[in-house]
Design a binder for this molecule. Structure first.
Ligand SMILES: CC(=O)[C@@H](O)[C@H](O)COP(=O)(O)O
Length: 270
């Protein structure tokens, strides 16, 4: 099965409806052909693209990447990957808007080069500037509840907390904070970065998150096309499980097969 969100349960961001709850990055694939096949298999809602990364490619590679994006016909979510200051992020977003002809921006403002941790002190101001400038901002942030609330306060209609640092594949390293965030905020939330396995995606979707964004786990897998499909299915399954409502955990064993009467005498009771 190639899972997609059903039309009855679409992902809605900034009033726009998406057919899937999986967002996919476009970096680090073995080849453009593999990327293309992975996208066709998983049918993501959006594809992220870095203006800086593409801009640094040789002209021919860059041009064929644009051609590939056009052919895939999946909405593009430009990102401000690698930006370290508010001004840099704002300028990069404005350039991306021109190049990709879209108001969408994944706001990535890095505060620590080693962990690629978002700059939690400057992110809100950067988001506020971009929102006022007409962007539909999806901020990459930590799972900090107050930070996410402030991002919503300045007009972000969705936020994207990390599961773990980008490229680590560790899965949700702070389940308690992520689940608390989900309970406290009502806006759409997409878990972005650090997911390594389809079960990680399924897990956060079971907690009620609205979508997942990932790149490395697919691109660096042994078979990126099959892994992209597995992530799409896992995302769909997690969402379905969240809707279904999981049973409450029990402290002790409870027989799942009730016994009505005993057809045999126990030896010691004769
Ligand atoms: C592609 C992109 O936007 C990444 O910055 C994103 O955060 C994905 O992270 P992973 O590569 O860890 O999935």
């Amino acid at each position: 099965m190639n899972a997609t969100a059903t039309t009855a349960d679409p992902l809605v961001l900034y009033g726009q409806t998406f057919h899937s709850r999986l967002l996919l990055g476009t970096s680090r694939y073995p080849s453009p052909a593999v990327l293309e096949a992975a996208v066709k298999r998983s049918r993501p809602a959006m594809l992220t693209a870095s203006l800086r990364r593409q801009g640094s490619q040789p002209a021919e590679t860059g041009a064929s990447f644009w051609e590939l994006l056009r052919r895939l016909d999946v909405p593009v979510l430009p990102n401000t990957a690698g930006c370290l200051s508010i001004q840099e992020a704002v300028t990069t977003a404005q350039m991306a808007r021109e190049v990709f002809d879209t108001p969408w921006i994944k706001l990535e403002l890095i505060g620590d080069d080693y962990t690629l941790q978002p700059d939690t002190l400057n992110l809100v101001e950067a988001a506020s500037i971009l929102i006022k400038d007409g962007f539909q901002v999806l901020p990459y942030c930590t799972e900090d509840l107050v930070l996410c609330q402030r991002l919503v306060d300045v007009g972000c209609q969705a936020v994207m907390p990390w599961a773990a640092p980008i490229g680590t594949g560790r899965g949700p390293v702070n389940p308690y904070a992520l689940q608390t965030l989900r309970e406290r905020l009502q806006v759409p939330m997409i878990v972005d970065a650090g997911l390594g396995r389809p079960s990680h995606a399924c897990q956060v979707m079971e907690w009620g998150f609205d979508g997942v964004l990932l790149n490395t786990a697919v691109a660096l897998s042994q078979d990126p096309v099959a892994m992209a499909g597995a992530f799409a299915d896992a995302t769909h399954a997690g969402r379905a499980a969240w809707h279904a409502g999981a049973m409450a955990e029990q402290h002790s064993a409870q027989p799942s097969t009730p016994v009505l009467g005993t057809p045999f005498w126990h030896h010691d009771s004769q």
